[in-house]
Design a protein around this ligand. Sequence first.
Ligand code: CA
Length: 227
Amino acid sequence: MSKILIIEDEKAIADIIAFNLKKEGFEVSEAYDGESGLAAALDGDADLILLDVMLPLMDGFEVLRRLRTRSSVPVIMVTAREEEQDKIFGLDSGADDYITKPFSMKELIARVRANIRRRAEEPASPARSVPAFGPFSLDEDLRQLLKNGKPLELSQREYDIVAYFLSIPPRVVSREELMKNVWGYDYYGDLRAVDVAMRRLREKLEDDPANPKYLMTKRGSGYYLQK
Ligand code: CA
């Protein structure tokens, strides 16, 4: 099921878009200002983002600019006026598509589907990715991990976990170390977030997550990557 993140400050509009997308079988989450929208975009695993231009705290252009330093997720900009469209083109903002308010739900859903399909059909560029371990390779430009040449749908954090393991010599890494280096803060008492993230990552990486071949647990000490 494809996941859509809606960043739109008018909650009534966000809700009606969400309602219609859910009816079409999409999984939907919402954010109501630029800052929390960017955080959700960087943290989550959306397959596509609907990004309003006029937003409190940080406008849609700034959200997109910052997002693009870390993610290539498809973004459809939602503009209210012609000047905003001009700005999208003028800035070469990194948007994949745009749609102008008011729009019909039918058109919006068609655009969403088209952009997700286009992304899925894009061939992975094996020339750019470098072998990492086992059947996996890494595309640092797109921040993607590929398995047998096909991009995996990892969240930013999951990617960061893999990238961290690859940046160090092979050894067991404690949960505290992962928390500090991947989450970016010190241990405040709950390391279960690490275990949850590792379990999810294992489900995405491993053929048989119950019997992992790559992302290994060293009981009582932490995790290691079997290269
Ligand atoms: Ca708005």
